[in-house]
Write a protein that binds this ligand. Structure first.
Ligand SMILES: CCCCCCCCCCCC/C=C/CC(=O)SCCNC(=O)CCNC(=O)[C@H](O)C(C)(C)COP(=O)(O)OP(=O)(O)OC[C@H]1O[C@@H](n2cnc3c(N)ncnc32)[C@H](O)[C@@H]1OP(=O)(O)O
Length: 279
């Protein structure tokens, strides 16, 4: 994928500069050490190969810049945090493409889940499937209080299966029994339900999502990095190692699963339903 970087905007000093790429805007504040990363892949921030690639690049840049200790993930698209994996990347393509796509999905999850940065999800829109997974990799989740902003791993509703590392990430957040139910039923939770089950940590009025994320971030930033990072590592490394040990096999599983005629049909029908919803 070709990556076009955005030019820094005019301003005084680092904190006024924006960087990032076409689909991932980064608003850095060097003074506080916090950057706000906004997904901008309209209309619904589906995780296309381009968006995944640009996300990985932007994250790596922030990880390598010691100025930054915390990142807030949010959406630049109205009403949608992310619609999850891009269904058009998983439909009607060839096995080599599916393998490349899945490798990028794995890569992003691996980098996010063990990131040394404090990651906070400021969820300002609908957050199904892969969108929910991204938020689950964060250290803290704040969801806007809007009944249209459903969140959850709804893969079974599409006739597909959440891979074991999606499942592990959910179990680590809400526990085994709640995950078992949520995954089998493909539950998409209303904000109050998501809070109750522990899928998000806070539900706040829509216009307070970012300001809440910034004040929560200040609390996390007050902890010495080395102690917090080692603790995060201790909590998450076993989960990450499970995928690292079988990355190639996981790619092969994905490719053969997604290439099945029955799965392709299910995905195409689901896409059709999404399109017809408008008409
Ligand atoms: C034997 C066992 C083996 C096990 C092996 C396991 C191997 C792995 C299995 C595979 C796992 C794969 C995991 C996938 C996870 C995912 O993330 S799948 C994606 C799931 N996403 C969704 O279900 C969300 C679908 N979208 C929506 O619900 C809505 O779009 C929205 C609530 C996000 C926003 O609604 P609204 O604002 O009303 O917009 P729309 O009109 O619905 O959509 C606008 C436009 O965008 C298109 N679109 C929506 N979502 C996607 C998407 N995810 N990908 C691509 N495109 C999407 C939609 O079709 C519209 O297009 P048009 O404008 O009509 O062209």
């Amino acid at each position: 994928a070709t990556i076009r970087r955005t030019e820094p905007t005019a301003g005084s000093g680092d904190s006024a500069r924006r960087f990032g790429t076409q689909r991932v805007l980064v608003e850095p504040d060097a003074a506080s050490g916090v950057a706000v990363m906004k997904f901008k892949n309209p209309p619904v921030n589906s995780l296309s190969l381009e968006l995944l690639t640009e996300f990985i690049i932007s994250l790596e840049k922030l990880e390598n810049d010691k100025t930054f200790r915390g990142v807030i993930l949010t959406s630049d698209c109205p009403r949608v945090f992310s619609a999850g994996l891009d269904l058009t990347e998983m439909c009607g393509k060839n096995p080599a493409h599916y393998a490349e796509y899945w490798k990028a999905v794995q890569e992003l999850w691996l980098r996010l889940y063990l990131s040394n940065l404090v990651l906070i999800a400021a969820i300002n829109g609908a957050c199904p499937a892969g969108g929910c997974l991204i938020s689950l990799t964060c250290d803290y989740r704040i969801l806007a209080d809007n009944p249209k902003y459903l969140i959850g791993l709804n893969e079974t509703l599409l006739g597909i299966v959440a891979p074991f590392w999606f499942k592990d990430t959910l179990v680590n957040t809400i526990g085994h029994r709640a995950s078992e139910q949520a995954l089998q039923l493909g539950l998409l939770f209303l904000p109050a339900e998501a809070l109750q089950v522990g899928l998000v940590d806070q539900v706040v009025p829509e216009d307070q999502v970012l300001s809440t994320a910034l004040s929560v971030m200040a609390r996390w930033m007050a902890i010495p990095d080395h102690a917090r990072q080692l603790t995060k590592n201790m909590m998450r490394k076993t989960t990450v190692d499970r995928l690292v040990k079988q990355r190639d096999a996981d790619i092969q599983n994905f490719v053969s699963f997604i290439s099945r005629d029955s799965i392709q049909k299910s995905l195409q029908m689901y896409l059709e339903k999404l399109k017809q919803k408008k008409g």
